[in-house]
Design a protein around this ligand. Sequence first.
Ligand SMILES: Nc1ncnc2c1ncn2[C@@H]1O[C@H](COP(=O)(O)OP(=O)(O)OP(=O)(O)O)[C@@H](O)[C@H]1O
Ligand SMILES: [Mg+2]
Length: 366
Amino acid sequence: MLKGNFDIPLDFLQTKTPPLIGVDISASAVKMVELSELPKNKGYTVERYVIEALPKDAVIDGNINNLEAVSDGLTRAFKRMGTRIKNVSLALPAAAVITKKILLPSGLREEDLEYQVESEANQYIPFAMDEVNLDFQVIGPAPGNAEEVEVLLAASRKANIEDRVAAVQSAGLKAVVVDVETYAAEAALDQICTQLPGGAIDQCVALVDIGANAINVNVVRNGQSVYVRDQQVGGAQLTQQIQDKFGLSAEEAEAGKRNGGLPDNYESEVLAPFCENVASEIARAMQFFFTSTQFGEINYIVLAGGSAVLAGLDDAVATRTQVNTLVANPFAQMTLSSRIKPRQLQTDAPALMIACGLAMRRFDPS
Ligand SMILES: Nc1ncnc2c1ncn2[C@@H]1O[C@H](COP(=O)(O)OP(=O)(O)OP(=O)(O)O)[C@@H](O)[C@H]1O
Ligand SMILES: [Mg+2]
């Protein structure tokens, strides 16, 4: 995973990551997760988490559209967390980050490496260098050439990062790590893959995030993304259909969807067709995956995002795709603090993949 510090004026030279909470600023909500580590590598404990709803349009396509609303959401979420930790790790949407693998001579000193990275980055990044935050990580020796190393560059426009950093600052928090949403979700997926038979080694696992406005498919093999695809459909569409069908307000429809109490024909006339539609979008994404990569099989589908828990969705996806399908719970192997309600966490877990991956940054070795 990328270090992802992106030049925020902080902690570069620190040898240990300070205690921090993972903060995901998404379309529907601000999500916070705090994990702690059991001694002797005995795994993690979920200390606290919250999902604090954001007003519509506060975040659009991953960008903060209403800073005040996001800042208020963060303040409320932090208050509900009841934690003393004010350091946070954040993530940028993948679309806001340019990544590129480059080759550089091996054995460069740190300063020389930084200099070379910057001058190479110039060629790939369509913005003036003083407008971007740049980060890099040496991946290892270049395949088949011991004289060179492979380096992963990541760059984002400062404005993208500054908005998020400003939002957390105005809520009294301090950003110490900026990651990329996909990488954070992949770190959480790793927690799930280790529970699959054989640790899912050499297998293709499709992480399918069904959020409020989008379905994001990320096929991961041995911890590396091999394919991504986005579809513009999500749980907000189902909420809209419930409103239209039963003449309800957005709030009523949202509450009915989560807690039940909708008319009897909801399941057969609204929910089931929605699930079928999502399943066929996933099947279509799989067809694109097969035709555009060397791989011929998806071994598992892991459903994430708040809509993953819709009744019958996992069965609809499994039936349509004929692939083993499970609903994401990155906390399944973790101990829970007595503050956490296990059943509620199980329902919320699929929506917390990014926040969980970000919270795990607390335990980075460096
Ligand atoms: N318990 C639940 N049952 C049914 N739907 C739910 C439940 N919890 C959340 N949702 C739905 O999931 C969606 C929010 O999911 P999530 O939090 O993953 O989205 P997001 O990350 O904010 O949005 P996006 O990924 O599109 O930017 C909303 O449409 C919400 O109605
Ligand atoms: Mg999301």
